[in-house]
Write a protein that binds this ligand. Structure first.
Ligand code: DGL
Length: 283
């Protein structure tokens, strides 16, 4: 059975993989975490494009993927056009901030967007905001350092208390910069998580913002789109009983294997035995 390839700059895309796993219980997945080159959000577009193309080639050649999910907003903005142009027969799904779903939810018409600098400065993101800016105000924040701090929280050697408190400090700083949150006129009542890493700090955001603010991520929508695309291409795997996730998921990293193992067990309950070092062709 051919797998679906999924990649991200690191462990953020595991949040998308969890949604894919839930909605596509009979599929196999190969996930590549490019931790050795993270964070993408603070690198140049050319760098992110080059990495994305290399990873796509690798997943096609080494793992014979039948479809690709770019589980990274930054890589989607920088590279999805080129990936599609170079691999026209490969079904490709990207991730972008949930701007449109946010419009359907907001009452105050003030929407916050947290994303990486790469995403916020991309042409694709600016176009997305321009399409919808007549219907609400968008308060956009480039959260430098946050994805990296979340990555660091998975390093076995990291000082847990120090990393956790640096994540809290960054969250506090960026939310303060964005302004007031709440459901009163003029307040931000909807927050879009425009980076797949941020899903892993959603509980901290929720604690700080309270229940009146909606927090949106994109994993479920991406999984639904992947399902539709596989159906269109007659590639959806159908079977009587779901296969255990240990047989269905293989994870690879270009960085530190122990960190990937830790993150995979902690966040998507995949065992260490399913995690491997990626081969040198993509390192
Ligand atoms: N997880 C990625 C995203 O969704 C990028 C994080 C990073 O490497 O900067 O944008």
């Amino acid at each position: 059975m051919q797998p679906i390839g999924v990649f991200d700059s690191g462990i953020g895309g595991l949040s998308v993989l969890a949604a894919l796993q839930a909605q596509l219980p009979h599929e196999r997945f190969v996930y590549l975490a490019d931790n050795g080159h993270a964070p993408y959000g603070e690198k140049s577009d050319v760098y992110v494009l080059e990495r994305s193309l290399r990873i796509t080639e690798h997943l096609i050649k080494q793992h014979h993927i039948k479809a690709l999910v770019v589980a990274c907003n930054t890589a989607t903005a920088a590279a999805i056009h080129e990936i599609r142009a170079r691999h026209p027969s490969l079904p490709v799904v990207g991730v972008e901030p949930a701007i449109k779903p946010a419009l359907a939810l907001t009452q105050t018409k003030r929407i916050g967007v947290m994303a990486t600098r790469g995403t916020v400065e991309s042409h694709k993101f600016k176009q997305l905001i321009n399409q919808h800016c007549s219907q609400a105000d968008y308060v956009v924040c480039a959260c430098n350092g946050l994805a990296l701090a979340i990555e660091q929280s998975t390093h076995p050697s990291a000082n847990a208390a120090e990393v956790e408190s640096s994540i809290d400090d960054l969250i506090e700083r960026y939310l303060n910069e964005m302004g007031e949150f709440g459901n009163q006129p003029g307040q931000i009542d909807t927050l879009v998580l425009g980076c797949t890493h941020y899903v892993f700090v959603a509980d901290r955001l929720r604690k700080r913002l309270g229940l009146q603010v909606s927090i949106l991520s994109t994993g479920d929508a991406v999984a639904r789109q992947t399902l539709r695309l596989l159906q269109q291409h007659h590639q959806l795997q159908i079977s009587q009983a779901p296969t255990p996730s240990s047989n269905r998921i293989s994870l690879y990293t270009t960085g530190d294997l122990a960190s990937l193992r830790y993150a995979a067990q902690r966040w998507i309950h995949v065992t260490a035995a399913s995690c491997h070092k990626a081969d040198a062709s993509v390192a």
